[in-house]
Design a protein around this ligand. Sequence first.
Ligand SMILES: *[C@@H]1O[C@H](CO)[C@@H](O)[C@H](O)[C@H]1NC(C)=O
Ligand SMILES: *[C@@H]1O[C@H](CO)[C@@H](O)[C@H](O)[C@H]1NC(C)=O
Length: 337
Amino acid sequence: MGSPPPHRLLLLLAVAAVLPRSAAAAEGVIRLPRGRACAAPTDPAAYDRPVIGIVSHPGDGAGGRVSNGTAASYIAASYVKFVESAGARVVPLIYNEPEERLLEKLSLVNGVLFTGGSVKSGPYFETIKKVFQYVLDKNDAGIPFPLFAQCLGFELVSMIVSKDNNILESFSATNQASTLQFPNYSSLEGSVFERFDPDLIKKLSTSCLVMQNHKYGISPKTLRENVALSSFFKILTTSPDENGEVYVSTVQANKYPITCTQWHPEKAIFEFGKQMIPHSEEAVQVTQNFANYFISQARKSQNRPPADKVLDNLIYNYSPTFIGKKSKSFDVVYIFS
Ligand SMILES: *[C@@H]1O[C@H](CO)[C@@H](O)[C@H](O)[C@H]1NC(C)=O
Ligand SMILES: *[C@@H]1O[C@H](CO)[C@@H](O)[C@H](O)[C@H]1NC(C)=O
């Protein structure tokens, strides 16, 4: 085979030239050319240890096959990993815990996530309302506090903002991969889609890269004609259901760091139970962009909770359960009972 080809030799020389002599001696310390160790934070205003609260949903996530306890609630691990994949940790906001506990946990987080699910009334809806009001209050007080609401979460937020529990319409979009259509490119400014490569935006509008799993939604017409909703949200994307009926699939609040999707970004990377879930590299990129965007908003939070209290409340205090053999809905869930 002889000597390496010239371009590889050049590369080897270049690597040798930039490697500091003391690299082997100073193990574990990254040396800059001038010999100073790296100081970690570059932007002192950004908080690099963000924590996200996720509200648990009634049930066990497996139709009672794992737990029939009436007080049981769950968070699919895919939402937790979605948050973790962007450099944040999770505190579960267990929906049926006493209000003092909810408020205590909210004081420990830098943003919240509302998951998908099915329950639209009762104590669960009341907890969602309280947390949503907390999000508005924080931001109104000048404290950045993002919310990312998905599927049921988006539906509940639509009901709360419109003050109309019958605002939702029926759509046929269960277990369906769909495109995202962009009705107004100007509205994407300042939104999550700003960090998308133009090629990926194009692919989103032509290939089915996102996972839908819902029976309800809101049409662009209903959103636009509802004064409360249309002044609160701008429409970023729409999607067609199985019958070609168009619903709003992504919105962003005009004055708040609130993004809602009718679709499920977390599933492309972390759920394999349903055949329709896209897992392509592009679908994964879409998910990663959403996770990175959401956590970038949480890094703007000024909340610096005591580390020991955070540790006491992290979801790591609970063990996830593999339910993928019993249920097609989720592979892994955290169950609270
Ligand atoms: C929960 O109840 C259902 C219906 O009665 C039953 O099929 C299931 O086995 C129960 N699950 C557990 C974990 O006991
Ligand atoms: C498109 O979005 C921009 C920015 O949000 C907005 O000012 C404009 O009115 C929108 N156009 C239409 C036709 O909705």
